[in-house]
Design a protein around this ligand. Sequence first.
Ligand code: HEC
Length: 222
Amino acid sequence: MSEEHKNLTFYEKLSEKIESKSLKFILFTTLAVLIGGLVEIPPFFLMGSVQKIESVKPYNALELAGRDAYQQEGCFYCHTQVIRPFKWETDRWDRNREYGPEPFSKAGEFVYEHPFLWGSKRTGPDLSHEASLNNNASWHRAHLMNPRETTPGSVMPAYPWLFESKLDAAEVKSHMRALQTVGVPYTQTDMDAADELVKGKTQGDALIAYILKLGRDTMVVK
Ligand code: HEC
């Protein structure tokens, strides 16, 4: 045994032994992934379909346009929309005690989300209960125009141009029709309401309507 080999740790020797045999290595890693898949995937299908929450309704035309702005600007790179079932999270995101005995995110809240905007990085606070935590539209406007104005030291970017960019009702309606094809139950009345809702509004106004919709439908105490 060479002098160099003797200095290796147990795990280094083990990995040298396994990783140098590529066929066996491929075989065993495939086996490990298959076992992992068997443990995780079939129970997922056995759990049945997602439980519906009656109070959860699709976004109206203005809120939907706001959701588009949220996607366009990549807000989800810094914000999540998932409250996990841990006490330290539910205490923080349901501090007004408005969400009943289970104040965390549930699958039924997301049935009309195409695609999901859960996010994974929590640079900024979670926004799922913004309707409860801060429903002051003019605060949100000032914050989006310049976060440093309302929140000194904030690292969030400013989005002033959203308040100059006018909405186009036809575009929003075609998005609604596209969502209909994947099962979002928009009615003709919802579509007809679009013109009135987005008239004269900017992407910024829509974004605020969207932020204030987040967490509104699942509030138990309104
Ligand atoms: C670079 C990361 C980053 C991006 C991108 C970002 N934010 Fe933020 N956001 C933050 C941070 C950090 C805070 C906390 C400080 C503050 O309030 O400004 C915050 C705070 C907020 C708040 C206040 C939440 C509360 O309850 O206090 C809202 C609402 C918000 N952001 C919405 C948005 C929207 C909408 C977008 C996209 C247009 C966006 N953010 C993009 C980092 C980000």
